[in-house]
Design a protein around this ligand. Structure first.
Ligand SMILES: [Zn+2]
Ligand SMILES: [Zn+2]
Length: 219
């Protein structure tokens, strides 16, 4: 199964133009079996979306992308924004309480930018893999998004190295805010993922593989 685990829609992200019809149509074109909807600090769930998608052979997994003091974190299994989860340690507690999974989203975006002002998560220039792996976020999450559609390839590759160093599971997602990039990055599972419980277990056990568009075409 191919699931794009990082998607913003018009329904919950003011910076997105992706509606239900485009989502279904583009998911079909991209060969996706599922999408994870992860709006910024906003969880929603609409049975109409689920049902229309299901009829088109697409499973929607409802998650959330939380802005925290440790960067953006994707959560699946938390049904609603909970006060205090802008602190990653609190988000971890909430996740443990509800059996949710946490994924560090695009952790190394802007990591190789030069200049006097450093805007990346690590606040370091030219970090080594070991320095990056020491960031507290990686003791709080269950997995690392190593293929993100809004992130440079070298930043994604660095995330692969850090995930390997830490032995953490990986995911991929397009971070789409419009239809045309949907599915450009995704997570592939060799087993059917029918429910949120299946999804969480498969990621936690490291059974997901992050892939990019090239591997989706014709495969
Ligand atoms: Zn983000
Ligand atoms: Zn995002």
């Amino acid at each position: 199964m191919r699931i794009d685990l990082h998607v913003h829609t018009v329904r919950g992200s003011s910076d997105s133009a992706l509606g239900l019809d485009e989502l279904i149509e583009q998911a079909r074109r991209a060969g996706l079996d599922g999408v994870g909807i992860t709006e910024h600090n906003n969880y929603w769930h609409d049975p109409v979306w689920d049902e229309q998608a299901r009829r088109a052979g697409l499973t929607i997994f409802h998650g959330i992308e939380v802005s925290t003091d440790c960067g953006h974190i994707l959560a699946f299994g938390i049904e609603g924004y909970v006060s205090g989860i802008h602190k990653a340690a609190v988000l971890r507690e909430v996740a443990d309480h509800s059996g949710a999974i946490l994924i560090a989203a695009h952790p190394f975006r802007r990591i190789f930018e030069r200049g006097p002002h450093i805007h990346n998560l690590l606040k370091l220039q030219n970090p080594t893999v070991a320095e990056a792996a020491a960031h507290p976020v990686f003791r709080l999450v269950d997995a690392i998004e190593v293929a993100n559609g809004g992130t440079l390839e070298e930043e994604n590759e660095f995330a692969v190295d850090v995930a390997r160093y830490l032995g953490l599971p990986v995911t991929g997602g397009s971070d789409s805010h419009s239809a045309n990039s949907l599915g450009h990055k995704a997570t592939v599972f060799d087993e059917p993922i029918r429910s949120m419980r299946d999804l969480i277990a498969a990621i936690k056990d490291g059974r997901g593989r992050a892939v990019d568009r090239l591997l989706l075409v014709g495969a």
